[in-house]
Write a protein that binds this ligand. Sequence first.
Ligand SMILES: *Cc1c(COP(=O)(O)O)cnc(C)c1O
Length: 382
Amino acid sequence: MDTSLCRVRVYKDRLRHNLHWLQSLGVPLMPVLKANAYGHGLLCCADIVMEAGIEQVAVGTVSEGCHLREYGYTGALVALLGLVPDGVPSTDPNVVESSVIRHDIEKAQAARITPLVHDWASLRVAAQGFGHSQPIAIKCDTGMARLGFQVSDMPAVTEFLKANPHLEPTLLLAHYAVADEPDQDEFTKAQAARMAEAARVFRAHFPNIRVSMGNTACLLSFPELAGDLARSGQALYGDNPLARTSRASCGAALQPVMEVSAPVLSVHPLAAGTSIGYGRLYTPDHNITVAVVGMGYADGLRRVQFGQPQMNVHGVRVPILGRISMQMTAVDVSSVPETRAGDYACMLGGSGDTIRPGDVAEWWGTIGYEVTCIFGKSRIYS
Ligand SMILES: *Cc1c(COP(=O)(O)O)cnc(C)c1O
């Protein structure tokens, strides 16, 4: 059922370019394909990762890992959300819900997924749940305070693991909180120092464990603080997390992978003094030409916008006029007189003066990550 005219395109050649460029930075990569590859589509992104012979990837849920395993990926698969307790489905016949049953332990074991283990409870669940040899990744909290053991727990964690030899710790992970904020570099360096201490304790018992710290912003700014494996997501998809910082040039080579467009439904003149749209928010003071584009907040656009949001029509950026409707948005195409109904207008991407996730993020008061995740919930045309 077509409920949307909006078209999401993923350019695999640009993904390939970004992956190769990231590889050239010299730190082995663990591409992050969580959340349906940040909205880009898990399997089409996996194609590029597999073609490049990458030996480890990170996903969010164990189910995502299983999906990749079934698709034929043979390398290590790390589930960053760990082993999630099974959900209890509602028995109320009035309730319609999405699936909440997970069975992560069985799935992880069957598909040889490496779950993140991040606290004593999850370590005990892993030790009891997994019957035979099972890779796990130990998460260490070095300053993110989200998931992870404290560095001071490391001696006890290694003792526990030695007493449970069916658990094979293959990775020690930590995550940076502000690697994309140059004025907080001291915090990033302090996080790296804490991880060095955790790694020292761990390596005394598990000399082959690999340490993974860096996200995209760390890899671009301080490759030497990324560890043995850099977990890069955002750069893979061509969004530079340093774009609006003093280190913007670090990611200038990245190419945006996602394009979001919809057809123009109507092109018509709007006379000076005539208001347009709900709330009559915009009234031109001179005659203009309006194109009505078939996408709105039902397709992922945000109704609340900051600054002067734009779309790309025939390679030119044109201003959005007034309120975004549920399935329609008006733009001023006076500067692109060749615009006709049936042409495609881009909210993301487009030729010429292309619109990047970071640009949309500024208009929405968010970051590029959220922009691609939201649009990815629309259909994927690869
Ligand atoms: C999402 C995520 C990453 C990737 O971060 P990017 O900024 O997209 O490179 C790395 N590690 C963890 C734990 C994550 O959750």
